[in-house]
Design a protein. Sequence first.
Length: 823
Amino acid sequence: MKHRLKVFTPKFSGEFRLPRRLGRLLVGWFKGFTAVMVQGKLPLLSLLAYLLGRAPLVPEVYPFGMALMTTILKVRGPLAGFIVLFFASHGMAARLSTSTVHYWSLIGVITCAAALLPNFRKPRIGFNSVFAIIAVLAVPPLLLTVPWLVPEFITWLPALAAIWALGNLLAPIAELESRRLAAPLDHQQLTAAALVLIGAFLGLTDLYLGTVHLQELFGCVVLMIAAQIGGLAAAVVGGMLLGFFTALTSGNLMLVGIYGVFGLLCGIGNQHQKLGISFAFVIANLLLPFFLRDTEALYNRWTLSAAALMIFFLIPLRLLRRLARAIPNTEEQRHNQELTHKRLREMLNQRLDDFARVFEELSTTFNQIPHRPALPDRSYDDYVLSLARKACGDCTGFQTCWETRFHQTYWDMVELLAIAEKNSRIQFSDLPDEVAKYCMQPYQLTTSINAVMEMLRLETFWQRLLQESHEVVTNQLEGLSQIMRSFASQMELEVEFDEEWEVRLRAALARGRIPVESLRVIRTPGGKPEIHVRMEHCGGVQACREKVAEMVSQILGQEYSVWTRECNDILPRARCQFVLLPERAYNVQIETARAAKDGSFISGDSHSQVWLRDGKLAIVLSDGMGYGPRAALESTATIAMLKQLMQAGFDREFAVRTVNSILLLRSTDETFATVDLAIADLYTGELEFIKIGAAPSFIVRGSGIDVVRSNTLPIGILNTVEMEPQVSSWRHGDILLMMTDGVMNGYSGLNEEWLRRVIHRAPQRDLKTILNLILEEAQAMNGGEIKDDMTVIGVLLRKRTGVDDVIEESAVNEIPVYDRRLA
């Protein structure tokens, strides 16, 4: 017999809904608690909260745990905040005396109430605002009304103030939640992390694992980590701080010396990484008998050190390196920055190389496209048939000519087309006798032949034009590919920023009430330290020279001056950017005289000067092909491109080759220009020449004249440019003369003796007079005529003797020019 079991399921009425809701609420809180504990790293935070709760700021004041709670409330919400508060309270209860527990309980309630305000997470209203309102508005009236509360507030207010201060200092910890460990910490985050370490260290007071004091164990591990990460300086400072705080909690001042020696030796062992630091730590422990006479205390110390060494060895080296990359100014962080910059350069080079490959592939694709030859490949059959349809299609004799006498008529038409091609046109008199005899429409025949030949010429013209365009585009794409690859090869600049100098200069300028928007100190291999400054427009009072340069010179102990300056005086964004470089040893005076052909207002010669970033001055002179506007266009374009490339920091030879490639690409016509480039180092007096098809230059010295020549073709003619850089020395009082071939052609006998006579005629070797005399002599040798554009540039080198010799850049953006024209 089967028995059926009935299960009774009651139907709850309304009075059972509250327990069910409460159950669901408890389940939800449990799930939330589990999620927060597992995903939110709360086990570690709970341990940290317990230690910080035990950490005293001063005796009987324990604000670290409450401050951490306010920070966690901002980031993780109320549940995480209450968990942290729970463990922090247990840590405080373990250290507080019975008489002060109720005070800290009330302080915890006040802190939680302030932290849980609805607008706590908004920047406008928060814990700072609540604390200020209570301190200013509520406390004074309450103390005046209830005098017996004064002793209580004397106890509470320092605690609240400490919580407020530490809460603000620990606030940057919230930013560490969503960041990578390897990203560098800023100063606020570094301060917050240091406070957490100090709080955890103080919280380990009086905690032992057997005979091992956990506080000193933690301190020794941190000391070896500091030696691994920061080197000797960090280890020494860490050792002194460890000894100070340990002595503060234990009362044993000898620990300051012990841990100072530990830090010094561990810092010295940093060169050999973990092994060296561990060996140094062992050596430091072997020195302990000089400090400790108690055998038991000595053995306990060695046990502690052995445990610290084991923990230090168990820490992965990869984790230590990641931690080192997060701390500013460490060797690992600098190395990581260098690697990052190197990767960025490689990425940039790769992108440029990819662009070059794109243009190269396009050029290859154009070459692979089949194209018609310059002359049409259509046979004469097509034109003869077209001629038969046009001229003979409606003729009554079509059957006789194109059927009965087909072969004769065909070759007659071929002969007529050949005559028309030779003479461009055909007339009735050009018809052969046989054709004139039998043809019934001779006028229509000649007209049709001329029309067919015109069509043939048009087709030939367009096919040639298409082929030329095809070749031009192919060459231009290939040239752009080569230029891109050249750019990639030049992007190897090693730049280092000197942060120490930047901090010093910013602080000094701030003390001098000089508002600076940005300041960078850049060092390049083999170059001078460059100080880049951006500030508000000074209104023309030369603040960059009178104030900034003077203050920088005083701080760095070396004379600095403005090298380049770019000012924008358009409101409301009136700004100045300038570069300061160490004061140069030489200054230059630059003058120019020129005369255009036949007294024209347009000269085919162009010139300019470029203040380079490495403290050098480049003077460039170019002579365009021929004369007039076309020559001026070529020389001006050459100068402009050279100037931009050199100012951008590219090598001089690379800049000349790039300009040559661009001139070849921009036109299929024959265009060229000469380049006469002189680069003067105003620190050493060295002078470098690059001449591309240019006339000779002369260096006038006190004892003679040196000639600088080069036998090379102008740029814009060949795909490759032959360059023969020449280096010469420059001394005080020397004059550099650069001129175009118009002057040389005007006086073919131009040589050292001729120049010496001209210079002797100039009073006191006046530079402007020398240039004018050279042009007058060249013009006189041509019978008073100016047969070609003539330009002469003179540069006088002078040793710097004072501030008055400093060149005003605003006055030399363009070289002074003296035009001479025919009367």
